[in-house]
Write a protein that binds this ligand. Structure first.
Ligand SMILES: [Zn+2]
Length: 302
C-alpha cells in the first residue's frame, strides 16, 4: 500500500507552500494523504473535514464527518488502508457536523473531547435528526441506520496526551473559539496540527455569540508557536498556518472598523447594514458576516 501511494500518484501532488500532499485517489474524491498513515477527507471547500491516522496499535480518527454517508465513506476508506481497529475518535468540537456520526465508529472507538462536550452535545441534539436525514435519499436512509447520540466516553481538562503505537497526540483545549468544547490535536513528531474550527480555510462560519475574539486570536498564537508543517482545520482542504494569518488579518480589520463605527455612535443594526469587508469577498459564507460583526461589536463594547 505504501509504495502504491508513493509512486502511483506523483502527478496528483498538490503543492501549498513548503508542504505537499497527494490526492489519495483510490480512497475516493476528497481524500488526501498528508503523510505516511495520515489521511484527511475534505469533500469540498466548505464541508466538514474528518481525518484518520494509522498507528501500529490501531487507528485514531479526528471527527466523524459531516453526515452518515460521508461517515460510511470514511469507514470504507480506513478499511482499505488498514485492518487495524479504530481505537480513539477525538472530536475537535461539539457540533453535529463533526460529532453526529460517532455511531458509525463506536464501538470500537473510544470517543474523547474536552470537559463540557457531552453536556453541549446533549443540549444541541436533534432527536429528529435520523428521520430528517432519511428523507433525503435512499442512500442516506441506509447510511443513517443505527443513528443515536453518543457523547464522549472520556472528557479531559486543559491538556491530554495520547500515546498509541509509535505516535503521540497532544490534545489542547481551545477556549471560546467555536463550540462548547474545542480541541486542537498536535502530532509533534509529524508536525501535523488538527486545528478545530478556530479558523477555517477562506470561509465565514456559523459563528456563535459565545465566541470571544481575543481568545480566538490567542489560539492562533498558541497553534503557530507549535510550528506545524501541515494544518487541518474543521472545514475545507489541508492547509498551513497561513490560514491563521489570514483570519487574524480579517478579525483585526473587522475589530478596527466596528470599533470606529461604534465610536461614532452607530448602533449594531446600522453597522451591520453599512460595514463591508471588501477585502474578503472571495471567502465562502458571505451571508454570515453579520454574525462576525455582532461578536466584534460585543467585544468592542466591553
Ligand atoms: Zn461547528
Amino acid at each position: 500500500m505504501k509504495s502504491h501511494f508513493k509512486f502511483g500518484y506523483l502527478s496528483a501532488f498538490v503543492y501549498f507552500g513548503l508542504v505537499s500532499a497527494s490526492a489519495a485517489q483510490e480512497l475516493g474524491p476528497g481524500f488526501t494523504k498528508i503523510k505516511d498513515g495520515i489521511y484527511t477527507f475534505a469533500p469540498d471547500a466548505t464541508t466538514t473535514t474528518c481525518s484518520f491516522v494509522v498507528t501500529q496499535e490501531g487507528v485514531v480518527m479526528i471527527d466523524s464527518c459531516n453526515n452518515p454517508l460521508y461517515g460510511r465513506n470514511m469507514l470504507a476508506a480506513i478499511k482499505k488502508v488498514t485492518d487495524k481497529p479504530i481505537v480513539f475518535l477525538i472530536d475537535t468540537e461539539t457540533h453535529t457536523d463533526h460529532t453526529g456520526n460517532h455511531f458509525i465508529f463506536s464501538p470500537p472507538a473510544t470517543i474523547i473531547n474536552h470537559a463540557g462536550a457531552g453536556a453541549g452535545m446533549r443540549k444541541e441534539y436533534n432527536p429528529k435528526r435520523a428521520e430528517t436525514l432519511a428523507a433525503q435519499s435512499a442512500e442516506m436512509r441506509e447510511a443513517v441506520k443505527g443513528e443515536k447520540l453518543i457523547v464522549p466516553h472520556i472528557e479531559y481538562q486543559g491538556r491530554m496526551t495520547i500515546n498509541l503505537g509509535e505516535r503521540t497526540f497532544e490534545l489542547i483545549y481551545l477556549k471560546n473559539v467555536h463550540s462548547f468544547a474545542d480541541t486542537a490535536i498536535w502530532m509533534p513528531k509529524e508536525r501535523v496540527l488538527f486545528a478545530a474550527a478556530a479558523a477555517v480555510v477562506k470561509g465565514l462560519q456559523n459563528l456563535r455569540p459565545s465566541v470571544v475574539i481575543a481568545d480566538v486570536l490567542a489560539s492562533y498564537k498558541l497553534m503557530k508557536a507549535l510550528n506545524p508543517e501541515v494544518v487541518v482545520t474543521g472545514h475545507g482542504p489541508v492547509t498551513t498556518t497561513k490560514t491563521f494569518d489570514e483570519y487574524e488579518g480579517f478579525y483585526t480589520l473587522l475589530l478596527k472598523r466596528v470599533g470606529e463605527m461604534a465610536a461614532q455612535g452607530k448602533s449594531l443594526a446600522e453597522i451591520k447594514a453599512e460595514l463591508k469587508m471588501a477585502e474578503y469577498t472571495d471567502w465562502n459564507g458571505q451571508d454570515r458576516l453579520g454574525l462576525y460583526i455582532e461578536v466584534a461589536y460585543n467585544s468592542v463594547k466591553k
